[in-house]
Design a protein around this ligand. Structure first.
Ligand SMILES: [Zn+2]
Length: 445
């Protein structure tokens, strides 16, 4: 079948190179190639067994290698065992006239504490294989500590790049509606951020630190602030609420939950089954599901088909969002009046949804002013009084209006409704723009 294959290289849309013979390997991009490759490599595990190479135990299975597409991962519980397995690979390659690319082959030692032993040495024939502390496997960065912090950092960096591109596309002409920006984030950035979250999510969600501080949610928060044009110190919760967005922890939990359902009800892969059994019974991997009351209630539901799993996933997401709103309302209502940033939002934000004014006010400058006023990141003295005294905040009653100088506290209500210093502007606005009356009413109701 492959005896008289001719190939060429496509240079650009219109030109290709001369045809040449290619007598090695399989056809690039051809549907049959992975099947042929699998058939060709199929006997490798038998080679490991024949040479008694020790594998890593997963339940009752001894694992010498994991093969996916053209990726080969060899596992061994000891340095001697690994060297033995490498020798087997070499033997297999020589017998089948394959060439192993040692430049793309690395050794990673999982030691739990992230420290590798310097005196280890692994040889492929006469070549020494490098020992690394980080290695990408199927798109996820593995580190010798066994933790995924670095993997998440890499995903965040990739996501920031896309976020910057999206920003560049719209920076000069801000005619794009916020609804489109929200959709772009969900379509382009979120999939990058959440890649493999079923695997790294349980670790992240088990941390005691607030989820908003994670590198993953930081990208999301940056997007919210970038979209609203508010400064970095604007309250995270308020920015998400203004856009009607939810923390990504909800998506992560829903993904882990649906992965759990798939493993529980659908998988036929014996290794996955074994790994699932181990994760369920001998590790804290799924604690994130067990500790969440909402998820626990859903996990007993009947899920036999792909559609059931889909439905369960969207219903858990809905429920988690409801829980989030309930907590948001509770936190908002408990906010003391001393906390000024929250106070403003408490007065003007009633429903957890994308605010209408973000869609209806077309002039970006007007829209941004409105957001800043609502989120308490304006330069009225009720805010600036906190900082203008070189770190020692001026008491609230001392943050008086310097425009009218009548001893009133310069807060949002005074600025919008009462300060005589703005009487002229206020009157002309009310007469000419009914929308601004609405604004004043909403802000002060
Ligand atoms: Zn005043």
């Amino acid at each position: 079948m492959y005896s008289s294959i001719k190939s060429c290289v496509k240079i650009d849309e219109s030109s290709i190179t001369e045809m040449f013979s290619c007598n090695k390997g399989i056809r690039q991009g051809y549907g049959l190639s992975p099947v042929l490759f699998s058939l060709f490599m199929n006997d490798l595990p038998q080679y490991f067994r024949d040479d008694h190479c020790p594998g890593v135990m997963l339940g009752s299975h001894s694992l010498n290698c994991l093969m996916y597409a053209d990726d080969l991962l060899i596992l061994s519980p000891s340095p001697e065992g690994l060297q033995k397995s490498i020798n087997v690979i070499k033997k297999h390659a020589e017998e089948w006239k394959l060439k192993v690319n040692t430049k793309k082959s690395n050794i990673i030692i999982f030691s739990g504490n992230g420290q590798t032993k310097n005196n280890e040495n692994f040889q492929y024939g006469s070549e020494t294989l490098p020992i690394v502390d980080k290695q990408t496997y199927l798109g996820i960065e593995m580190t010798s500590s066994g933790r995924y912090t670095y993997a998440r950092d890499i995903l965040s960096k990739k996501a920031y790049k896309v976020l910057a591109t999206v920003k560049r596309l719209f920076s000069n002409s801000d005619t794009t509606t916020i609804t489109i920006k929200n959709k772009l984030f969900d379509a382009l950035v979120k999939p990058i951020l959440l890649y493999g979250c079923e695997i790294w999510g349980p670790e992240l969600l088990s941390y005691k630190t607030h989820f908003d501080k994670s590198t993953i949610e930081q990208v999301h928060i940056k997007f919210c602030k970038q979209t609203l044009n508010t400064p970095w110190y604007t309250e995270n919760i308020a920015c998400r609420a203004e856009l009607g967005r939810y923390p990504l922890s909800i998506d992560i939990k829903a993904s882990i939950f649906s992965y759990w359902l798939r493993l529980q009800h659908k998988t036929v892969n014996p290794l996955l089954k074994e790994a699932f059994h181990h994760a369920k019974n001998h590790s804290q991997f799924f604690d994130v599901l067990n500790n969440d009351e909402t998820i626990r209630m859903h996990s007993t539901s009947n899920t036999s088909s792909q559609q059931d799993i889909k439905n369960a996933r969207s219903s858990i997401k809905k429920q988690l969002k409801k829980d989030y709103i309930r907590n948001w309302l509770k936190a908002r209502n408990n906010t003391s009046e001393g906390s000024r940033e929250k106070f403003t939002h408490k007065e003007v934000k009633f429903d957890y949804q994308l605010e209408d004014y973000l869609r209806t006010i077309r002039n970006p400058a007007h829209r941004i002013s409105m957001t800043k006023l609502r989120l308490g990141v304006h330069s009225l003295r009720i805010q600036t009084g906190k900082y203008e005294n070189r770190g020692a905040p001026i008491p609230v009653e001392g943050r008086t209006c310097l425009v009218c100088n009548r001893g009133y506290i310069e807060d949002e209500q005074h600025f919008l409704m009462y300060c005589p210093g703005y009487d002229n502007i206020r009157m002309s606005s009310i007469l000419s723009k009914t929308k601004q009356v609405k604004l004043a009413i909403v802000l002060c109701s």
